[in-house]
Write a protein that binds this ligand. Sequence first.
Ligand code: NAD
Length: 453
Amino acid sequence: MSSQISVANATRKATKVAKAGRAPKATNGASTTTTSKRGDVRDLSLAAKGMSRIEWAGRSMPVLAQIRARFEKEQPLRGLRLAACLHVTTETANLALTLKAGGAQVALCASNPLSTQDESAAALVSQGVATFAIKGEDQATYYRHIAAVLNTKPQLTMDDGADLVSVLHKERRELLPTILGGTEETTTGVIRLRAMAKEGVLAYPIVAVNDALTKHLFDNRYGTGQSTIDGIIRATNRLIAGSVFVVAGYGWCGKGIAMRAAGLGAEVVVTEVDPLRAIEATLDGYRVMPMSEAAAIGDFFCTVTGNVSVIREEHFRKMKDGAIVANSGHFNVELDLEALAGIAVKRRVVRDFVEEFILKNGRHVVVLAEGRLVNLAAAEGHPSSVMDMSFANQALCAEYMARNHAALENQVYAVPKEIDENIARLKLASMGVRVDNLTPAQRRYLASWQEGT
Ligand SMILES: NC(=O)c1ccc[n+]([C@@H]2O[C@H](COP(=O)([O-])OP(=O)(O)OC[C@H]3O[C@@H](n4cnc5c(N)ncnc54)[C@H](O)[C@@H]3O)[C@@H](O)[C@H]2O)c1
């Protein structure tokens, strides 16, 4: 372990110092100082293992690899300081190295306290990416790591859930004038940013990467679908076949989870608040009902709504003995865990990421990964080939922001269509899939209105 890098012990020490009042105070338990500019990770000796895993992931990220090769030559981010708050996984490591190859000075922290892969974090430090992330970090450390990344005085931000932007606007406003622009990865972050723009408080332009078709059609659906089921199975080793699997929210993520649970032989029940999505779920072959009814019949529950208190006390009370509850939405607020704790007489961790609550009625309700995104906490997040497209969007949108920020307002922007289509074409080519091209006659026909029956 390098002596220059702070590790988990140093984190605890630094937290203590902050508590003793010897470091500058900040809200949210965040300190405005950090112990090392190179990062704060669990154990630097994990770097070699991390690099091997990062390379493995990189092999199924051919689009990002092409962007990286071009970035190395063209240096579109040369000299720019970029702060990223993302899930620190092997795929994110490939993105960070691409941004660095493009000339950026990258500082990275976690976008969730449980989603960090410690070996990826260590490997990134060894590659010169300042990384502040430790799997299982407490709330104070989580915010201290955000503060550390912001201390690099970023010009570009890259967020997953808008925590970085939120801290910047609430607590570090002195940094806002030099920020050129940013990007946002997920649905929940985009919702928060649009609310900020609507209130007129967003201080710089942001591209909503989540809204790219090459992002949410594949990442949210196929990525969350596979990795959420993977997380539930890794945590519990339970059989999905023959179970009743309740999916709350039939958006892009919910569709993916329902599809994969059904594929494993579950009877899928969907809960929704949107009538159109409820029709869609019904016609896709699932039973749709309110959570008040679903609560009584589910063996597995997974929330993925981006909303708050979707499973509440009245639902927990109705659950069958042994019901397993997880969340794959961005924040754990989808489950009212405080209410569950309030009606429990006892709770205990029975295996990693599996906590059992024994209720007064004698039934057990099992919560996975503290209600945090189960796919990232108990498994490894989305497969790399899907993140290839999401992170190609991130890299190209960072480049777009570096080039075009001066012409943009303090609003949330869609990913430019050319970027989205270019990524789709590159991905198809990498998969060896060919498509037809419009003939000149077809092009004319589609652009005209005279021809009819
Ligand atoms: N786990 C991951 O890796 C991952 C990946 C992508 C997105 N996300 C997160 O997952 C969440 C959902 O994302 P999405 O892209 O599917 O969003 P979406 O907007 O496409 O879908 C959300 C759905 O939930 C429904 N909903 C809202 N409140 C509800 C309630 N009380 N009960 C039932 N349904 C309700 C909405 O009507 C909507 O259909 C977000 O928080 C997003 O940030 C997680």
